[in-house]
Write a protein that binds this ligand. Structure first.
Ligand SMILES: C[S@@+](CC[C@H](N)C(=O)[O-])C[C@H]1O[C@@H](n2cnc3c(N)ncnc32)[C@H](O)[C@@H]1O
Length: 209
């Protein structure tokens, strides 16, 4: 993890939001998980919880982990506003993914989006992959290194970017089937209200039963 993306960085970022913003789920999650049968999901680096809420609304039981207490406060508020039934399906966990070890072979879906891990990336994704149950899905989405606008919007240095192929290369081919490994664009509204196109790295893999 680069120093600048430690707990203090994220706490400050979320404390800076005076009112929690109601966010939509990530487009890549919707594209990749909409057809999956609900089960147990881990959202690693859940931020303000839009993806966890979307999964819970579709019947998943979600463990949503983030290092920032402020993000989890906003996430809880928004989940409660969006309906008690779905909110009850989410467990919010404050933990540092660089050290937190999820239960092995446990989750039907492990989803992680834009967790800015650098030096710790390989080990972190290794632990997340180990947490996928046999037959389950690993979905990793990050900023692609060639993504126009990514650095301008997020200020993220090169080392937190990756390609899907780089992540796929760390998975044991005997244990994993790569379903999707590609770069994909996504439209977002920038802080100044301008429309931006960002490039994502999307890896979806299935752990062989
Ligand atoms: C760019 S945000 C993405 C949030 C959310 N996944 C999304 O797609 O909107 C990165 C998130 O990862 C969390 N995060 C970063 N490093 C972490 C770590 N070591 N352990 C747990 N969460 C972490 C941050 O607090 C932040 O909420």
């Amino acid at each position: 993890m680069t120093e600048e993306f430690g707990k203090d960085f994220w706490e400050q970022r979320y404390r800076g939001h005076t009112a929690p913003r109601v966010r939509q789920p990530n487009a890549q999650l919707v594209a990749e998980a909409a057809a999956l049968a609900p089960g147990a999901a881990l959202d690693a680096g859940c931020g303000e919880g839009a993806d966890a809420r979307w999964l819970a609304g579709r019947g998943w039981r979600v463990t949503a982990v983030d290092i920032a207490a402020a993000a989890l406060e906003h996430a809880r508020e928004q989940a409660e506003m969006s309906g008690a039934e779905a909110a009850e399906r989410i467990d919010w966990v404050e933990a540092d993914l660089t050290t937190w070890v999820p239960p092995a072979d446990h989750f039907d879906l492990v989803s992680t989006h834009y967790v800015h891990a650098a030096a710790s990336r390989e080990a972190l994704f290794g632990r997340l992959a180990a947490a996928v149950a046999p037959g389950g899905t690993l979905l990793v989405v990050g900023h692609h290194p060639s993504g126009h606008g990514t650095a301008a919007v997020h200020g993220a240095p090169r080392e937190v970017h990756f390609t899907a192929e780089e992540i796929a290369a760390d998975l044991d081919a005997a244990r994993w089937e790569i379903v999707v490994a590609e770069a994909r664009t996504r439209s977002v509204t920038g802080h100044g209200g301008q429309e931006l196109t960002l490039e994502d790295a999307v890896l979806r893999a299935r752990k062989r039963p």
